[in-house]
Ligand binder design. Structure first.
Ligand SMILES: [Zn+2]
Length: 340
């Protein structure tokens, strides 16, 4: 029969050498396990002993259990203390170690193109002029010579809050605001901003989009000044080899009115799939400011004249980056946006 004190000494020694809490658990099961633990096994055959011997053995076994339990808890707290003491070494943070690189965002492609347009025109002396996106009927239509009942109004199918108030359908109202504010020409402004029209989203149009318009009011301006400005702008944005052409058109706020095109950058004007074999790509509209529009802005058309142009920033970005669906600009798909 095993001697309880010898078994206790053996167990306490093993516990003292244990290096991990897993090892301690294993030792606890080995010695103190309820059925097959070595201490419980000391009691095997106790029924064959005399009552005095039984009492003595029971007492010795209980003492052995208590001693082993004490040794276990003592070693456990010792190991925990050691772990905490080592923590400063093993898990210390090296503040001089370089961190992982951060993902950086960048300016949206439409903002990039808008800023490029602004930079080019600011170099010609134009100033950026902003206006409200909610407009009155007068600024959005009447002041621009688009009178009520005029069939041209259908070109600007708009979102109305009330019969008088609407989301602006173009940035042209800013021209009127600018003339009223500046009062004395010369006026050279550009008007970047959001516009809204009741169009269903398609590859070429959206119910919301951005425009830039330019307005010049001065003495003796000619159509040559307008075309030269457009040519300078297009060549600055797309390259010196690009050409500009104008085609007669109609807008209520300019007279005469034109649409302007840029020569296709892929085929150089020879015709290809990208320009639908025309050699030219449509950009926007332009013309000499209608005298009535100048009058509505508080400018005397007998003394001053002007020219204006406008185009969509999305359209400009599509031409610049060869994008064939305008909706991509607003879908926030990083696979698309990260290309620019
Ligand atoms: Zn082409």
């Amino acid at each position: 029969m095993t001697d309880p004190s010898a078994l206790t000494a053996e167990a306490v020694a093993a516990i003292g050498k244990a290096q991990t809490s897993a090892e301690l658990e294993r030792l606890e099961v080995e010695y103190l396990g309820r059925k097959s633990g070595r201490v419980s096994k000391l009691l095997e055959g106790i029924d064959k002993l005399s009552p005095e011997e039984r009492a003595a053995l029971g007492k010795a076994v209980n003492e052995s259990k208590r001693a082993i339990e004490e040794a276990l808890s003592g070693r456990r707290s010792q190991l925990e203390e050691n772990r905490l003491a080592d923590l400063a070494e093993t898990e210390a943070i090296d503040v001089t170690f370089p961190g992982p690189p951060l993902d950086r965002g960048h300016v949206h492609v439409l903002t990039q193109v808008r800023r490029q347009i602004e930079t080019v025109l600011e170099s010609l002396g134009y100033q950026v002029e902003l206006g409200p996106e909610v407009e009155t009927e007068w600024y959005n239509f009447e002041a621009l010579n688009i009178t009520a009942g005029h069939p041209a109004r259908e070109m600007w199918d708009s979102f109305y809050f009330s019969p008088e108030l609407l989301l602006r359908a173009h940035t042209s109202p800013v021209q009127i605001h600018a003339m009223q504010r500046i009062k004395e020409p010369p006026i050279y402004i550009i008007t970047p901003g959001r516009c809204y029209r009741r169009d269903a989203p398609e590859a070429t149009r959206l119910p919301y989009f951005s425009q830039v318009e330019g307005l010049a009011v001065d003495k003796g301006l000619t159509f040559g000044d307008l075309k030269g400005t457009l040519l300078y702008m297009i060549q600055s944005l797309y390259g010196r080899e690009r050409k500009v052409r104008v085609r007669p058109s109609f807008f209520p706020f300019t007279e005469p009115s034109f649409e302007f095109d840029v020569s296709c950058g892929i085929c150089g004007g020879m015709g290809c799939k990208s320009c639908r074999h025309k050699g030219w790509l449509e950009v926007g509209g332009c013309g000499m400011v209608h005298p009535q529009v100048l009058r509505n802005g508080g400018i005397d058309p007998a003394q001053w004249n002007g020219y204006a142009w406008g185009f969509g920033i999305e359209r400009m970005a599509m031409l610049k980056h060869d994008v064939d669906d305008i909706r991509l600009f607003y879908e926030s798909d990083l696979r698309f946006l990260e290309q620019f």
